[in-house]
Design a protein around this ligand. Structure first.
Ligand code: F6R
Ligand code: MG
Ligand code: MG
Length: 368
């Protein structure tokens, strides 16, 4: 029997502003997913939130891109939107970009990461969720987990990992994909994924047998909608241990609060702060961006857990560092590199200003 782990998320209303999810939405989502367990569509589920994003973590045997599972998620988000509207929560239904469900939630607003696998004797997984940033925010962490021996000792000393991994990368602007082999094509891949707004790692497989190691959501709302409709706030599933990076190797990249795009108005660079689920409530300047990581053992499709992994005290220094970096970056105000470069701004007054000052903009002459 193959198990599918589906993580599907959407921001269907924040409380207050864009900081958190109202408990009533979590309650409603649980009710829907429990019914799906009773109806034998799901094996198990866990509902949580990261900032203003409602996160549905589900197990079943129906494979990836299953219409019934996607419809269940869509209907759950629609039901939660109804409550969000009653409570006048902020941005109620903001990630549901289509009026009706058309077979798959991809391209309709929600973020999706799904992974189907044959359960090993023991299968630890971590579900990472982020708020106030974009899917490319996982690029650096995934590279470290699966390709950097300074992070992952197993790449050097575990014979099962020694051959390396295959990374699938998406160009989310041109809608193209490519596979890179690690470690031999590391320099080439880094040249792309260092531009995380465009080149996004979708999945990682072990080279020797193509066993799946990680899958990320790559939906970019603004590219779907063609205008600013909120940040993409991505999710990531990583399988651990026994020929894949150990749990601690999977968590270690988040001990460095590297800069990501997002934060206030999706238009600022800020540190990615690892935190406990209870602290995933972006506040200062709608941030700084947060990442949570919860761990499960998968047992015949049952989710044994969760354990709140980034709550651990070993991430205390990273949190402090993130606050220091947030302070430093914020003081740049409207200046780059705190504010994103003009082409990356999610919403901008520039076209309006260009128009307004067009007549006053004179060509430079030799005397200038
Ligand atoms: C970022 C985000 C928030 C909002 C900001 C302004 O992803 O969602 O930072 O962009 O609070 O929101 P509006 O324009 O709705 O007032
Ligand atoms: Mg929001
Ligand atoms: Mg969000």
């Amino acid at each position: 029997m193959k198990t599918t782990l589906s993580v599907i998320k959407a921001d269907v209303g924040g409380f207050p502003g864009h900081s958190d999810v109202h408990p009533k939405l979590i309650e409603e989502a649980k009710k829907h997913l429990q019914k799906a367990v009773n109806d034998k569509l799901l094996i198990d589920f866990h509902v949580t939130h990261c900032g203003d994003d409602l996160e549905l973590i589900m197990t079943h045997t129906k494979g990836e891109n299953c219409k019934e599972i996607h419809k269940l998620s869509w209907d759950t988000f629609v039901a939660c939107t109804k409550i969000a509207k009653e409570l006048k929560l902020y941005g109620a239904g903001q990630d549901l970009l289509k009026d009706t469900f058309s077979g798959n939630v991809k391209g309709a607003g929600p973020g999706v990461a799904e992974m189907e696998f044959e359960e090993r004797k023991s299968d630890p997984v971590v579900v990472f969720m982020a708020d106030k940033t974009e899917p490319g925010a996982w690029n650096r962490a995934l590279y470290e987990m699966f390709a950097d021996p300074f992070n992952t000792a197993g790449l050097v000393i575990d014979p099962e990992m020694h051959d390396g991994f295959i990374f699938e990368m998406h160009d989310v602007i041109e809608h193209k994909k490519i596979e890179f082999k690690m470690p031999e094509e590391a320099y080439s891949m880094l040249a792309f994924i260092g531009t995380p707004g465009r080149y996004v790692i979708k999945s990682v497989r072990r080279k020797s047998d193509r066993e799946i190691g990680a899958v990320a959501s790559t939906q970019r709302l603004s590219l779907i909608a063609g205008k600013y409709v909120g940040k993409d706030d991505p999710v990531l599933i990583v399988r651990c241990q026994h020929g894949l990076p150990a749990l601690g190797e999977v968590l270690n990249p988040f001990a460095f609060p590297y800069l990501v795009a997002g934060w206030m108005r999706g238009s600022h660079n800020g540190p990615l702060m690892p935190c406990a689920v209870k602290d995933a409530t972006p506040a200062r300047f709608d941030g700084p961006p947060r990442v949570i990581g919860i761990g499960f053992q998968i047992a015949n499709g049952k989710l044994i857990g969760p354990r709140d992994l980034l709550a651990d005290i070993s991430f205390d220094l990273a949190r402090q560092k993130a606050n220091e970096i947030a302070d430093y970056m914020k003081r740049h105000g409207p200046f780059e590199p705190h504010r994103l470069p003009m082409e990356d701004l999610e919403y901008t007054t520039m076209p309006h200003l260009m128009e307004k000052f067009k007549a006053r903009m004179k060509p430079l002459t030799e005397k200038d």
